[in-house]
Design a protein around this ligand. Structure first.
Ligand code: GLN
Length: 196
């Protein structure tokens, strides 16, 4: 049977599955029209069109990344393919990290401060306006604050004057957890970047 109306193939989106809430991301990717793959070995990177680095604890994730010899493969992947970092993932893809300083992939020209909201506001949920998406509910959990945004970085949403959803080229970073709400529009934005 001819298949002249077949839809384009779904993008395959990896989720770094070493630590943190990668399962919730996998579900959000599927809702957003992508196929999700858990990634914990370098050879699996050849099979994906883009990668989500989830929230969790960035220092722990870095230790596991080193242990699995994934630092250089992940950095190299991000130099040619889209990466979406959320919360701890945003810390890992930033150029500079403080509080304390630690290694990162330097995929986006942003500077982040870890655990920057302080104890009183460790976790909070707010409504945000995001460019191209409208109103979003954003869940912050021991979140970083983006303290510096480079000239190539586009800010899509801010909270209390700080950028919380940013893009640069094909990469995206969110300091909140879009995988923890039923709304998959932020993931859809990433999946749509992967449609070739
Ligand atoms: N506080 C964590 C860190 O510094 C990030 C928290 C999160 O991902 N929810 O890595």
């Amino acid at each position: 049977m001819s298949d002249s109306t077949s839809s384009p193939r779904k993008p395959v989106v990896g989720v770094l599955a070493l630590q943190g809430d990668y399962e919730a991301h996998a579900r959000a990717i599927e809702h957003a029209g992508g196929l999700s793959r858990e990634i914990n070995r370098a050879d699996q990177l050849a099979e994906i069109d883009g990668l989500v680095i989830p929230g969790g604890e960035s220092s722990t994730m870095l230790k596991l990344i080193d242990y699995e010899n994934l630092f250089e493969p992940l950095k190299t992947f991000g130099q040619s393919k889209p990466v979406f970092g959320t919360c701890a993932g945003a810390i890992l893809i930033a150029r500079d990290v403080i509080n304390p300083s630690q290694a990162s992939f330097d995929l986006m020209d942003i500077g982040v401060e870890r655990n920057a909201y302080g104890r009183q506001r460790d976790s909070h949920i707010v409504a945000l306006q995001a460019e191209g998406l409208g109103e979003l509910e954003a869940v912050f959990i021991r979140a970083p604050i983006i303290r510096r945004v480079g000239s190539e970085v586009k800010v899509l949403a801010s909270h209390r004057g700080d950028a919380v959803l940013v893009t640069q080229g094909l990469h995206m970073a969110a300091t909140f957890h879009p995988e923890l709400t039923a709304d998959s529009r932020v993931h859809r934005m990433f999946v749509e970047r992967l449609n070739r």
